[in-house]
Write a protein that binds this ligand. Sequence first.
Ligand code: HBI
Ligand code: FE
Length: 285
Amino acid sequence: LDFFATVAEKSDGASLRGDYADISEDYVVKQNWAAYTAEEHALWRKLYQRQAALLPGRACDEFIVSLNALHATDGIPNLEATSKALFEATGWSIVAVPGLIPELAFFTHLANRRFPITVWLRKPEEFDYIVEPDIFHDYFGHVPLLFNPIFADHIQEYGKGGLKAMQLGGLDQLARLYWYTIEFGLIQSPEGLRVYGAGILSSGGELTYSLEPSSSRHIALDVERCMRTLYKIDSYQETYFVIRDFKQLFEDTAPDFTPMYQRIKQQEPLPANSLLDGEIELLNT
Ligand code: HBI
Ligand code: FE
């Protein structure tokens, strides 16, 4: 029941979507691919086509290359087939889940190189915006970069870090880091800023918005600063943190966060639109 408290907090008290009747102990279910309707496959194709058209010049190259190799254009993908290809590439698997799952189960999957993917697809009226992650967000947004060896290792470390943070009382801080990197992160490229965060990559509006100079703040990622920063769950982000490359993300998050959690807990969290003394905005406003 802890779990429902967590989720109620995350989704503003709204009840959970998804069918939790047949879960195994680690919250895994069968995808039941044959049960998706023709309408759902058609909606997937529409979602895919809109996002794919926005990717060039916006998504990082690693994402685009891996996404194309997945051949997921025709309809809702079969997770078992993807899982096999992914395992061969980076030793990760995909497990099907009914929706949001408790943090302990979520982190345990990641720490063991299993990525949980929600089985249900949004409704047509949720084409532009959805609160809880559905299969389009989880698959389109997260799976391609699991084919990148450094990023794949990073997500496993994040899972281990999550299990540790639960012991240390650092979950709020770690969740902010996850939010501003794995979900809403930007990365430098020789041609300018690019997106690697799954929350942006799976969003029609934010994929263009997040790269506009006049939009929100763009500042270089500093892990401790990021972990102090509150985030928005119901609007575009007010700050985007930018990494140089995936190696930076991996290395900067490698140290033991115990002392950092201690320091951060003694301070007030920063509002989502903060700009601190000495911080430089990477795009002109
Ligand atoms: N469950 N299915 C699913 N997907 C998530 O992204 C997820 C979750 N449970 C917990 C959780 N995320 C977050 O609390 C952590 O990433 C912080
Ligand atoms: Fe996500």
